[in-house]
Design a protein around this ligand. Sequence first.
Ligand code: BDR
Ligand code: CA
Length: 328
Amino acid sequence: MRQPKSPDLRPGYPGQVNRPTILLDCDPGHDDAIALVVAGAFTRLIGVTTVSGNASLEKTTRNALLTCQLLGLEVAIHAGASRPQIAEPRHAEFIHGASGLDGPALPPLTREPAGSDAAGFIVESASDHSDLWLVATGPLTNVAAALLRDPKLADRLAGIAIMGGGSTFGNVTAAAEFNILSDPEAADRVFRSGANLVLADLNLTHQFLLGESHIDRIRRLGGPVPTFVADLLTFYSTAYARAYSGRAEGPLHDPTAVLALSHPELFERERRHAVIELRGDHTRGMTVVDSRGSHRGEEANLDLLTRIDAEAAFEVLLAAIHSYRGGS
Ligand code: BDR
Ligand code: CA
């Protein structure tokens, strides 16, 4: 497994102690691709599954294959759902471009998916690995399908770390975040599954903003992987400026769900009860988090990540990128 080799990084960040076993269910997507970078460096990544989300399933699968190829990660990639069961498919071209991974120059694809039954692969992996965490950084269609296929899955998994929702605001509508709004019925199944859930929502990920000075430091590491990540972030932060804030910086959503497992000390968290709004003229897809005193509401069903040490998290990200030095 990769470890940073004599990294030319700022001193001070403690070495990683935790290397969780994970399967990453994703829809790359710029920040999903960077989540793969972190997962390849700091977890025991046993597989990747793809889902329709930021782009079509065909594109997200291609992007996952290309990213693993570029990183030199020998990991099985299984394609999954090409659309939600009920909701209409939704993509995020305005942030991720037409390919879902616009920006970097990518090599010709030489790899192929290992299968097309993501839900089956998730169920099988949970049988093979008793300590398996599912990290979900796209719409929850595959995860819900796996929970439906194996009613014991929620108990057999160590947990599910999800990037999704916004406990006080949305990014597609005023109330709803992209991953949850893309398949609210699937999200509802996952949130009610009884699995050990960890949630990185928009309130958390918007504390981890990367802009020009971060991109410069990544690019200065030199080599194909730093260049890939820097080019991704340049496109992504420009798209965020255009779509939202006017400032050239973007929240690095998806890597936080991986870091929550590999570097839990970077986070503060609170036990909360949360449900998904399935109806509502203005609120479909909203993640309704109960922040009242616990004696008033229902029993907590997740760990809500409330704060991230963004400076330390960036140092960890740099170390992850640096660990691919000399790679493909
Ligand atoms: C989420 O939506 C996608 O565009 C990103 O990849 C992330 O998973 C943020 O709302
Ligand atoms: Ca994503």
